[in-house]
Design a protein around this ligand. Structure first.
Ligand code: KG4
Ligand code: ZN
Length: 371
């Protein structure tokens, strides 16, 4: 366990919180906040195609698939990096939040490796890791305003260090990713739909149809995305011809201009809500003594090209996590473990999982976060 004291360490990251099995090995300096780690190997398996027929994530099926994929992906990473498990200094594994079955598969693999090779483990909060993934490409300094938008979460947080995250606002109901996925399902676009709506919207008119901007009139950081989804449902009930049908898909996957306009208009409402609320989140951070701080955009929905463009157009200092590190990935988990490597977490005290996660916990290594 003395390896924790070394300056340059090798970290293995394991991510299985939802439907992506993802592993990475990185090399980086402990405590080096101004330098990017090097990714030595990264392997992922996305269950998107497998889960499409169920129209969403089925935890039990996702967990079984993780079990099948973890060992081959791990082996591939060691082969790609020409490293042996014994050379790893630290294992970072997602322990919260996420689906319990899937979390358990990754954690069990991490535990087995840790016991066999006598390596320390750090439990990783998936949400912190999404935002801190910015350091994989841009070593920016603290504090920053984090905008985390994923399939299960949408929130603003003031990040003052790798372990200190204070929530400034969040969604009251659906997450932004859910709003994309649920509307996509209703539109006949399959699961998950964020990426395809983003693509279709590129050729559509964002002002063609009017969708509500969640909590537009409340001058605060609270968000809501269930209204816009319901509004899409009503729209499609009145205009069923807009639903992309199987027959169309079988022909050539071509999409009508109406669907492109509908996608662009719907996306516009979600992005407008996020940019509007970002303004209030910055104000709130300023009132807490952190004026003019940069914004970091992370999480799966941060891949959205329109959201990235709009944030960069409206605010002076915006850093978007690179798309390859936005959706769930092992590199962000390894990176977060590296950034918190100096926190000593005793084995096996760190191994408690938590489906909900405790984002508001300030000190990540604190007892409450690992018992
Ligand atoms: O972070 P992530 O991979 O998993 C969770 O932790 O939830 O996020 C997945 C979400 C899905 O809802 C997916 O539709 C959305 O990210 N997403 C996008 C785009 N790419 C992925 N949403 C909008 N535009 C995209 N380009
Ligand atoms: Zn995620």
């Amino acid at each position: 366990m003395n390896s924790m004291l070394k300056k340059t360490i090798l970290v293995l990251g394991i991510e299985t919180s939802c439907d992506d099995t993802s592993i990475a090995i990185i090399r980086g300096e402990v405590g080096a906040t101004d330098r990017r780690p090097t990714i030595l190997a990264a392997q992922s398996f996305s269950q998107e195609t497998l889960l499409r027929k169920w129209g969403g994530v089925v935890p039990e099926i996702a967990a079984r698939n993780h079990t099948l994929k973890l060992t081959p992906l791990l082996e591939q990473c060691f082969q790609d990096s020409a490293l042996k498990p014994a050379q790893i200094d630290l294992i970072g594994v997602t322990t919260h939040p996420g689906l319990l079955g899937p979390l358990l598969t990754g954690l069990n693999h991490a535990k087995t490796l840790a016991l066999f090779f006598e390596k320390p483990i750090l439990p990783v909060n998936h949400l912190y890791a999404h935002l801190e993934a910015i350091h994989l490409t841009n070593p920016i300094s603290y504090p920053y305003l984090g905008l985390l938008v994923s399939g299960g979460h949408s929130l603003f947080t003031l990040v003052t260090s790798a372990q200190e995250f204070s929530i400034l606002g969040s969604t009251l109901d659906d997450a932004a990713g859910e709003a994309f996925d649920k509307a996509g399902k209703l539109m006949g676009l399959g699961y998950p739909a964020g990426r395809i709506i983003d693509q279709l919207a590129k050729e559509g008119d964002p002002h063609k149809y009017k969708f509500p901007i969640g909590l537009q009139r409340s001058a605060d950081t609270m968000m809501s995305f269930s209204g816009v989804k319901t509004s899409m449902r009503s729209f499609l009930e009145k205009n069923p011809s807009f639903i992309h049908t199987r027959a169309e898909k079988a022909q050539d996957e071509s999409f009508s201009q109406e669907i492109k306009d509908l996608s662009a208009s719907y996306q516009h409402a979600i992005v407008s809500a996020l940019t509007l609320k970002t303004k209030y989140a910055l104000k709130k951070a300023a009132a807490m003594g952190h004026a003019n701080i940069p914004i970091v955009l992370g999480g799966g929905v941060a891949c959205n090209s329109y959201l990235r463009k709009e944030l960069q157009r409206l605010f002076p200092s915006v850093y978007c996590v690179e798309p390859q590190f936005c959706t769930d990935n092992g590199a962000m988990i390894a990176n977060y473990a590296l950034r918190t490597a100096s926190l000593k977490v005793d084995f096996p005290g760190c191994l408690k999982m938590d489906a909900r996660g405790r984002f508001v916990d300030k000190a990540y290594g604190r007892k409450s976060d690992r018992q």
